[in-house]
Design a protein around this ligand. Structure first.
Ligand code: NAP
Ligand code: GDD
Length: 339
């Protein structure tokens, strides 16, 4: 029997990697997409249009803020597995749009859980939870660590996390919360810090300028520590969480922390540049409340799921810069020669 999966957020970084993984495993995949006046399918279209996937990937219009569309999609797709990856996922933006962020990220998860409970109660449900929920609590953070969110985004995701646990305990749904630490890739949105850095390093190496009037890269807090892994590996962990005998929540992380400054050094040195010559800071990019240090302990996922991150932060920085250079028609060795 062909398994059917429904992915919200299929046009995002993780949604596109997860769709690829599930199609490779033989699933029929359904994805929720938002109507947009401009093109928002750049990540999913190459997968959607691939001849091997013809008739196996369906896209449906909907929105996490619209329960009618969620109910209709759950009924139409009749999924065996539901992955709720859609979210207003930018922490800094959540301070400017706290109400919308709560509606999409907290109540959106409840809207979808309710649609699943009523129309596909045997489906297994994955909620995209986040290390941002740990906020101010010092590392190493694991499944039992105290939550102390520091942003409207973190607070909304914590609401969705507990709603997921509650639907499991109250209604017996196979519902799990994957608490994922930062994971990046060449498909990462351009306003997240790693992609901002990889793009700037590539542009400066290839053209001499990051962008804008000064040609420099403008960042906020360089001291923040994050546990950066490779997104393509993390979607395998999501899938494994839905294949267990009993539902449980898991942290996915590398266990290694690096500062934003370290990531600049890794990316710029790959193209023969000194980051200190090209990075400036501006309080505009500093958040009203910061999360100083996130470093995860994924030993529960290692023992129960057999999942382990394998790409180091250095490899990650290099593969992201290489992908951005390739899009500009350059290579890291050619760029380093010019630098
Ligand atoms: P992303 O690239 O920002 O993708 C977010 C997806 O959600 C996009 O497909 C977006 O659609 C969709 N979306 C946003 N608002 C929506 C709404 N109201 N209704 C329906 N769809 C909506 O995020 P990601 O990095 O792939 O992350 C996937 C999930 O994991 C998110 O929930 C994020 O909060 C969570 N997470 C991410 C990380 C990480 O480090 N990447 C770590 C922990 C947790 P458009 O393409 O139309 O914008
Ligand atoms: N975005 C951004 N832009 N961040 C900057 C900048 C900048 O110019 N300068 C410094 N930073 C710092 C932020 O203050 C933060 O401490 C760190 O870089 C990482 O920022 P982001 O890349 O925006 O990621 P995030 O950690 O806030 O959130 C991401 O990871 C979460 C998991 O911990 C997002 O993917 C969330 O959706 C996810 O839940």
């Amino acid at each position: 029997m062909t398994k059917r999966a429904l992915i919200t957020g299929i046009t995002g970084q993780d949604g596109s990697y997860l769709a690829e993984l599930l199609l490779e495993k033989g699933y029929e995949v359904h994805g929720l997409v938002r109507r947009s006046s401009s093109f928002n399918r750049a990540r999913i279209d190459p997968i959607y249009l691939h001849p091997d996937n013809a008739g196996r990937l369906s896209l449906h219009y909907g929105d996490l803020t619209d329960s009618t569309s969620l109910t209709n999609i759950v009924r139409a797709a009749a999924p065996d597995e539901v992955y709720n990856l859609a979210a207003q996922s930018h922490v800094a933006v959540s301070f400017e749009m706290p109400e919308y962020t709560a509606s999409a990220d907290a109540i959106g998860a409840i809207r979808l859980l309710e649609a699943v409970r009523q129309h596909a109660p045997d489906a297994r449900f994955y909620q995209a939870s986040t290390s941002e929920m740990f906020g101010l609590t010092p590392p190493p953070q694991h499944e039992g660590t105290h939550f102390h969110p520091r942003s409207p985004y973190g607070a909304a995701k914590l609401h969705a996390h507990w709603a997921t646990v509650n639907y499991r305990e109250a209604y017996g749904l196979y519902a799990v919360s994957g608490i994922l630490f930062n994971h990046e890739s060449p498909r990462r949105g351009e306003s997240f810090v790693t992609r901002k850095i990889s793009l700037a390093a590539a542009r400066i190496a290839a053209t001499g300028s990051a962008s804008g009037a000064t040609g420099a890269l403008t960042l906020g807090n360089l001291d923040a520590i994050r546990d950066w892994g490779y997104a393509a590996e993390y979607v395998e962990g999501m899938w494994r969480m839905l294949q267990q005998d009993e539902p449980a929540d898991f942290v996915l992380a590398t266990g290694v922390g690096s500062t934003v400054r370290d990531f600049c050094e890794l990316a710029f040195s790959h193209v023969g540049l000194d980051w200190r010559d090209h990075v400036v800071t501006d309080p505009r990019f500093v958040r009203p409340a910061e999360v100083p240090e996130l470093v995860g302990d994924a030993s529960h996922a290692a023992s129960e799921l057999g999942w382990k991150a394998t790409t180091s932060v250095g490899e990650l920085a290099r593969l992201m810069v290489d992908a951005d250079l390739a899009a500009l028609g350059a290579t890291s060795s050619a760029a380093a020669e010019r630098a």
